[in-house]
Design a protein around this ligand. Structure first.
Ligand code: BMA
Length: 329
């Protein structure tokens, strides 16, 4: 039985681990895949989401416009690496097709559930909150009611119902560059009414890399051992926050329960495209795609609030590592 419970994806972007690498997560050698000023309408495209679509990939991308304001753009790719970004921002509509603009939008996640692609992002509802919308073709984007009260960020949906309910991770915050933050979970019978809010995991631990705050990253991957969720952990320094990537395994039937959690980070800013940019020292994962047959996982992460980059890992190797190096607190 394959470890990942999901689809095969023969065309997943992939590069074998370099021989000299001792880590379980490694970077794409041609990072970054999106550089400064990729389209005339956006200076920096990062913290973005991709999903398999038709015979290639489609995604929703955070683009900071030339007035500095963050918005979302659709993009398409044949190989998951070269991205064709639509230079016109996504024009959200309501259920009747009338314009439903956003004031700002950032850090999108995309998940396909039963043939519909749902997008969560950081939306403005009198301050940061979780936006929710859907598309079937990456052309028409329909806004749905905001699932949670402000202030909140890092809303991430699970890719299927669990015991008849949709599940949403989130990270309650403040209006600014929040100096705290834990991951919570809510569920819903219909994607409209959300409740049963519960705490999942918090900042801290023996190490310092996730000592300030944490937030869910890409959509959780269903595996035979549990939901594999990559997340960001933040430490504070005299020069500001440092964002690293970790992982956690949540119980398949009860995703409120943490089974294993990385004691150390899996990837921290080291490369120039991660340590130098608009905001230095940020590795911020927002998407993963995977091939159940080979267990290959490609993670899309924003680097230095400037670039889009890819990292790779293999599911059996990463699960073995997390179990052997787990710290649950
Ligand atoms: C967080 C979010 C992210 C950003 C990170 C580092 O609060 O705003 O979009 O990548 O800060 O600046």
């Amino acid at each position: 039985m394959a470890t990942i419970i999901g689809n095969d994806l023969g065309n997943i972007p992939w590069e074998e681990k370099p021989q000299a690498c001792n880590d379980v997560m490694w970077r794409y050698s041609k990072n970054p895949i999106i550089n400064w000023n990729p389209i005339p309408t956006a200076a920096r495209v990062y913290n973005s989401a991709m999903a398999p679509y038709k015979d290639g990939f489609a995604g929703v991308f955070r683009g900071d416009q030339k007035n500095g304001r963050a918005t979302l753009f659709a993009g398409f790719s044949k190989d998951g690496i070269t991205i064709d970004l639509n230079p016109t921002p996504i024009a959200w509509v309501d259920e009747q097709g009338a314009p439903a603009p956003t004031s700002y939008s950032y850090d999108p996640r995309v998940v396909e559930i039963d043939g519909v692609f749902y997008i969560t992002w950081c939306d403005d509802m009198q301050g940061p909150s979780i936006g929710l919308g859907r598309t079937t073709d990456f052309k028409t984007f329909i806004r749905m009611p905001n699932p949670l009260m402000p202030y909140n960020r890092n809303g991430v949906l699970f890719p299927r119902k669990i015991n008849g309910k949709y599940f949403l991770l989130s990270r309650p915050s403040d209006t600014g560059h929040t100096p705290f933050g834990n991951i919570f979970i809510s569920d819903s019978p219909d994607m409209i009414h959300w409740g049963n809010h519960a705490f999942v995991m918090g900042n801290g631990g023996q190490g310092w890399w996730q000592g300030t705050k944490i937030g869910a990253g890409p959509v959780p991957i269903e595996t035979k051992d549990g939901w594999l969720l990559f997340y960001h952990g933040v430490s504070n320094t005299c020069n500001g926050f440092v964002y690293s990537i970790g992982a956690v395994v949540l119980d398949l039937n009860n995703p409120r329960k943490v089974l294993y959690r990385t004691r150390d980070y899996l990837l921290t800013p080291e490369k120039q495209y991660e340590t130098v940019g608009f905001v230095p020292n940020v590795a911020f994962p927002c998407a993963n795609i995977y091939d159940a047959k080979t267990g290959r996982i490609a993670i899309y992460y924003g680097a230095a609030d400037t670039y889009t980059a890819i990292a790779f890992c293999q599911v059996d190797e990463i699960l073995t590592y997390i179990k052997a190096n787990s710290e649950v607190f």
